[in-house]
Design a protein around this ligand. Sequence first.
Ligand code: DGL
Length: 271
Amino acid sequence: MTRPELPIGVFDSGVGGLTVLHECLISLPAEDFLYLGDSGHFPYGTKSAEELRERSAQVAGELLGRGVKMLVIACNSATAAAGDEIRELGAEAGVPVVTVVGPEAEIAASISGSGKVGVLATPATVESGAYRRALDSLGRPLTVTEVAAPDLAPIIQQGPTFDEEVLDTVRGYCQPLREAGIDTLILGCTHYPLVAPMLQRMLGRDVSLVTAGHAIAAAIQRELAASGGLAEGRIEGDYRFLVTGDVDSFVEVGTRFLQLPLAGRAEGIEI
Ligand code: DGL
């Protein structure tokens, strides 16, 4: 039995998971959220699978130890490397775990007209083969083009500068996707929705961009409703942040991205 009064724990390597939290705050306004931004160990996307498993277990353990009713891995790199381990940790604690990757794969496979699907993700996520497996399991023949974008999450994490150099970098990542003639692109890193307009311009209006936010919020809603764990009886819950890196810059960049105040809600922690 899930305890409705506890917060939902969410984590990412930094500010990227705020794109998921953003949808959750809109779709599930009555819930409390506790978001852990592991910016002290950013980036995750260039870490080895072993490093990611260790780090993700540490971060998940911190949230479970603080008492959360659900754990949301709002990071593709962590999900790809450590999704199974975190699900096990959650099961031991009696806490359901919701992750990215699967939901976006399902959406992409169902909306792509041509079956030509692109995945733009961190090197860790691409190397794990997680999206390929998820897309292959859906029983639809798809032509999948994966592009690893080592520089994109770091550009976004520092508060995107949007200069010519950034445009050139992003253009370089879009090139193989254009050549492959995709009609659907999975933004396989939770940081990337923050540069969606740039990607859309480079890929063309007709390419559908798939992000995790909506699907994750819906999965949380379903899971909590089934276990009687939905917060009820109020309009707005609370949202708080734990940050392993520089709190001020997380608050500054995060406030811009979330378009809600973070000041006074973020606490620096060492784990
Ligand atoms: N936001 C993360 C992801 O979804 C990771 C970015 C990074 O830390 O490299 O993969």
